[in-house]
Design a protein around this ligand. Structure first.
Ligand SMILES: NC(=O)c1ccc[n+]([C@@H]2O[C@H](COP(=O)([O-])OP(=O)(O)OC[C@H]3O[C@@H](n4cnc5c(N)ncnc54)[C@H](O)[C@@H]3O)[C@@H](O)[C@H]2O)c1
Length: 314
């Protein structure tokens, strides 16, 4: 197969690119390097020079230099990260919407196969806090945005618009739509602004007492290697005709103070927890119902302890 991955230098994109290249498919990988990681992509190309092409392109600017049909397109490139989004809400809308529309236009014009759009649990997070979305959360829930003028919600707004554009292109032009909503995917290549690398940094600095923000909040964490496998599981199903929405995440809901204790066990550092309030706007609970994905034969394989150990080693 010939597969396009955008955002291929990112946490999820790179792992997906690696798995595609290693299973023997032809890969075209695009990333502008906004978050670094291009050297890993170049090393992947060096390992598989016959099958891997890397394009250092900014999808929000200039024309898309691509030709030919792809058997599948994974559009993962986006501006991500609560702090960056909060500081750059307009840039988030511009980059995420322009790049999605550009890759969608290309998919239609090239008559490519299943189009995967990387969406987010943020799209229903407001509904969980308002009490009308249940946890664990299935795919068919009401999507909503708490306060549209709040900069942090520009990310969810861009993802909602992206989902709508994908389904619009499907009903109007016959695109094969697959929207995957990721839930807290983590891994060793992740930048510092995420709860796991932040806690590991405090462990390295031997911070005691150890601040834990929103200890009563919950998340479910999926190791990136499992996320890559989940994406390929959904691809196999899509090639057999499956389409629509799929949650990708771990079904194991974990309190943030439990996460801290797991990190202490893995690293052998046992400070006193200093419980602090959660950051403003932070979502109280998040856990996906992954029964749709499980029916395709997927189950996470990497235990949280092992995933954290891999991050700690890095
Ligand atoms: N990691 C998660 O838990 C999670 C949760 C929900 C949704 N998602 C979505 O999954 C996708 C991948 O997430 P990730 O965690 O790997 O993020 P990431 O930030 O590690 O990767 C995103 C990649 O997109 C690239 N990119 C950004 N703008 C670009 C542009 N204009 N042109 C080309 N490349 C560009 C970046 O350089 C980066 O390498 C994103 O769309 C994200 O919104 C991820």
């Amino acid at each position: 197969m010939r597969i396009l991955v955008t955002g291929a230098a990112g946490v999820i994109g790179f792992e997906l690119a690696r798995q595609i290249a290693e299973r023997g498919d032809e890969l075209v990988a695009i990333d502008c390097g906004k978050k670094g990681g291009l050297e890993d992509l170049d090393a992947l190309r060096a390992r598989h020079p016959q099958r891997v092409t890397v394009l250092h392109n900014d999808l929000a600017k200039g024309p898309l230099e691509l030709a030919g049909r792809f058997d599948a397109i994974y559009h993962l490139a986006a501006i991500v990260g609560v702090q960056y989004v909060t500081d750059h809400p307009y840039e988030t809308m511009v980059v995420n919407m322009r790049s999605t529309l550009k890759v969608l236009d290309f998919a239609l014009q090239s008559k490519s196969g299943p189009f995967f759009f990387a969406s987010s649990s943020e799209n229903y997070a407001s509904g969980v806090d308002a009490g009308f979305v249940k946890v664990p959360t299935p795919e068919d829930v009401i999507l909503s945005i708490d306060r549209i003028a709040l900069p942090r919600w520009s990310y969810a707004a861009s993802k909602l618009a992206g989902e709508s554009a994908v389904f619009g292109a499907a009903s109007e032009h016959g695109l094969h739509p697959v929207v995957v909503r990721f839930h807290n995917v983590y891994g060793p290549r992740m930048g510092p602004t995420h709860v796991i690398p932040e806690m590991l940094k405090r462990v390295r600095e031997r911070t005691d007492p150890f601040p834990v923000f929103g200890p009563e909040q919950t998340r479910s964490f999926l190791y990136v290697e499992d996320a890559g496998r989940a994406l390929l599981t959904v691809l196999d199903a899509a090639l057999g005709g499956a389409k629509g929405l799929f949650n990708i995440g771990s079904p194991h809901e974990k309190r943030i103070d439990e996460l801290a204790r797991t990190i202490f066990d893995v690293t052998g550092f046992h400070p006193r927890i200093d419980a602090r309030p959660a950051p403003p706007g932070s979502v109280a609970r998040r856990a996906p119902d992954i029964s749709k994905l499980a029916k395709l034969g997927f189950a996470p394989r990497v235990e949280l302890e092992d995933g954290i150990r891999a991050c700690w080693r890095r």
